[in-house]
Design a protein around this ligand. Structure first.
Ligand code: HPA
Ligand code: ZN
Length: 356
């Protein structure tokens, strides 16, 4: 089944106020900036890495799986050295998100990918934080940083990173903790100590974890049980278990779904195969996100459009999806109220349009 992306539908989805909850800042490194920073910082890539922008674009369209992508993603990161590099990367994303009417973003970064190259984590966080503030001033968007732990590294390394970066959580510069990288076989319960450390110290922090992307539904339930997360990144394999589906609805766990990423990493053949309609019918809150847009060929609006093409949600249903995204965000109630009103205005403006 395929629905038309009429000019009215496109205009509606463009104007619909959006929140993004699943975006890796390092995954917004477009090939142009990659080669520019490589030159600025004198970085050489391994022999097997694409040599220019064009070959990057070709290679990025052919990832075999999550690991194949991650191998490129970690090499890409190696061009990020100075505070200015981190700032340039983030502000470019915030500008693109603003153009897609993404009003609130909660964005990931991977400090261990930089620490292991000898980069001072202060440069990473300060560059990203300055971009968050400037984006607020320039574009009126609100933005929060979520620090992710790399689950392919030893749990002890993750705990050390949490302890090292604790002052940023204390000061509210970093707002959330997440878990990313190679999902299988790095089970969530290995990282309980890192999560507990921050949960005991800073109850205001938000907690999430990647689960159920390539891993099965048990990765999702174990993240809820052992890491006490209130959000799940991806979570698409939750549909394999009815009990888990009921739990997600009952506990209002937001799934941050990344449709184009799932296609590019060959988790599904096309977006229509994702259980997005099941999540909607079962009242499981979800948001639509771009994950690593520079690698997967689309920012947030591209993901909304592709979901519409396959599922043809009505204007009212899209309004509900947008409102669930706002409710599941970690911004304050006043900001949530403001965003919800903006969604309702756009839903009203476009309520007449036909979905065909
Ligand atoms: N999954 C796991 N780790 C990641 C991803 C992802 O989609 N993107 C960047 N790191
Ligand atoms: Zn991700």
């Amino acid at each position: 089944m395929s629905y038309q992306l009429t000019s009215e539908v496109k205009q509606f989805l463009q104007e619909l106020p959006k929140c993004e909850h699943h975006l890796h800042l390092e995954g917004t490194l477009e090939p142009e900036l990659l080669f520019k920073l490589a030159k600025r910082n004198n970085i050489e890539f391994p022999q097997w890495f694409p040599k220019d922008i064009e070959s990057c674009n070709v290679r990025y369209s052919q990832f075999k799986d999550l690991q194949d992508f991650l191998d490129h993603y970690y090499i890409g990161m190696s061009v990020l050295i100075t505070e200015e590099d981190f700032y340039d990367l983030a502000i470019a994303y915030f500008e693109k998100a603003h153009k897609d009417n993404c009003h609130h973003s909660e964005v990931f970064f991977d400090p261990q990918g930089h620490l292991e190259r000898g980069i001072d984590v202060k440069h990473v966080v300060e560059g990203f934080n300055r971009a968050c503030k400037d984006a607020n001033t320039k574009f009126g968007t609100t933005n929060k940083l979520i620090m992710c732990l790399l689950r392919h590294l030893p749990p002890k390394d993750c705990l050390d990173t949490v302890k090292l970066t604790a002052p940023f959580f204390e000061q509210g510069i970093v707002h959330g903790l997440g878990l990313d990288s190679s999902e299988v076989p790095n089970h969530p319960e290995l990282f309980t100590e890192s999560y507990e450390y921050l949960q005991n110290k800073y109850p205001h922090v938000g907690f999430t974890a990647h689960a159920g992307e390539e891993g099965d539904h048990t990765y999702v339930s174990k993240s809820l049980d052992h890491l006490n997360v209130t959000r799940i990144d991806h979570g698409i394999n939750s549909h394999q278990n009815d009990e888990l589906m009921e739990r997600l609805a009952k506990e209002e766990i937001l799934l941050s779904i990344c449709p184009l990423s799932n296609v590019k990493l060959q988790v599904v053949e096309h977006v229509g195969q994702l259980p997005i309609d099941k999540f909607f019918e079962k009242n499981i809150p979800f948001s639509i996100n771009s994950d690593d847009p520079a690698y997967f060929g689309g920012y947030i609006l591209d993901n909304y459009l592709e979901v519409h093409r396959h599922f043809g949600f009505s204007v009212e249903d899209w309004g509900k999806i947008a409102i669930n995204g706002i409710k599941g965000s970690w911004c304050d109630d006043a900001r949530k109220d403001h965003l919800q009103k903006q969604v309702l205005d756009i839903v009203k403006k476009f309520q007449h349009i036909e979905i065909v």
